[in-house]
Design a binder for this molecule. Structure first.
Ligand SMILES: [Zn+2]
Length: 305
């Protein structure tokens, strides 16, 4: 798929060069242009990356693919989901499996899907059953799940329509998809633009808002049962940090980028005052739909009848 001149989801008109970004976490020589749909508000990398480019976006140091001390070893923890049906939980993009392990201990029957083989190995060594690949090639034909969880995953998917269709097919009769994803309608994205920590180019290919998520559901046989935005003062402080140290101006050349990223990483500022000022803003903006994250619960259209 080359460069799009209309919205990937709703075919509406787009702002072609909504913003330009670079990899602020690991440097890299490339610039990435994001377009924005004037109709449903979807923000997407344009042109979309080619499938063979994706793995290079995730270097070994990418933290969700690495085991952290204490991760998955907690004895107990909060149940994130209401008990449902026969408690079959599938997490897509389960990383090293800490959430699955915790819910297994809480009595859930858990399965995972993870594309990173290192993270899959960690899951398996912790006794978790994980498909190493994508949801599209997962051998779940005869299985159905009560909860399918996508924790900050859908923004990484190159083919969200196909993945959601498959997820809809895998839901049990009263099953739900629960997802978290950055909110492109957030106040902090409006303020920081290409320095927004949640943009995370080039790993985040699609950024959704409530409208574009609705559009994605409409195309994939799903309906929104509940949608809300959640505040994150961490995203505010991290964006403020990127903005102060790396600025909105894109440095040219790889060496300059590496140097600036190194400096930013070394700047150990606590942002205590900034956090104190921003916390109430952050809290109230989430009440008004402008929080940093979207949380949605989806059901299959067939479940409505
Ligand atoms: Zn659109």
């Amino acid at each position: 798929m080359g460069k799009l001149n209309q919205c990937y989801l709703c075919a509406g008109p787009i702002i072609e060069k909504f913003l330009t970004a670079y990899d602020r976490q690991f440097a890299g020589p490339d610039d990435y242009v994001y377009s924005k749909c004037r109709s449903c508000g979807l923000v997407f990398m344009n042109p979309l990356p080619k499938p063979e480019q994706i793995s290079a976006f995730y270097p070994r140091e990418y933290s969700p693919h690495q085991e952290k001390p204490g991760r998955g070893k907690r004895k107990s923890g909060r149940n994130l989901f209401k008990s449902q049906g026969s408690n079959r939980l599938l997490e897509v993009g389960c990383g090293t499996g800490s959430l699955l392990k915790r819910h297994q201990e809480l009595g859930w029957n858990v399965r995972g899907v993870e594309i990173n083989s290192n993270a899959c190995g960690i899951c398996r060594s912790n006794g978790l059953e994980v498909h190493c690949g994508t949801l599209l090639d997962a051998p779940f034909d005869n299985e159905r799940f009560d909860v399918i969880f996508f924790n900050h995953v859908i923004e990484h998917l190159l083919d969200p329509v196909a993945v959601f269709k498959k997820a809809a097919d895998l839901l049990a009769a009263s099953g739900k998809i629960i997802l978290l994803t950055p909110n492109n309608a957030s106040l902090s994205f409006g303020k920081y633009g290409s320095a927004w920590y949640h943009l995370d180019a080039p790993r985040h290919i699609f950024l959704y808002g409530p409208e574009s998520l609705r559009e994605l559901c409409a195309k994939t046989g799903l309906s929104i049962l509940d949608i809300r935005t959640l505040p994150s003062s961490r995203i505010w402080t991290q964006s403020e940090h990127l903005n102060r140290f790396q600025g909105a101006v894109i440095p040219q050349g790889l060496e300059e980028r590496k140097k600036i990223i190194e400096t930013a990483g070394n700047g150990k500022k606590s942002y205590r005052i900034f956090r104190a000022i921003i916390s109430p803003v952050c809290f109230f903006s989430a009440k008004l739909g402008r929080g940093e994250n979207l949380r949605a619960e989806l059901i299959a259209d067939t479940a409505r009848k």
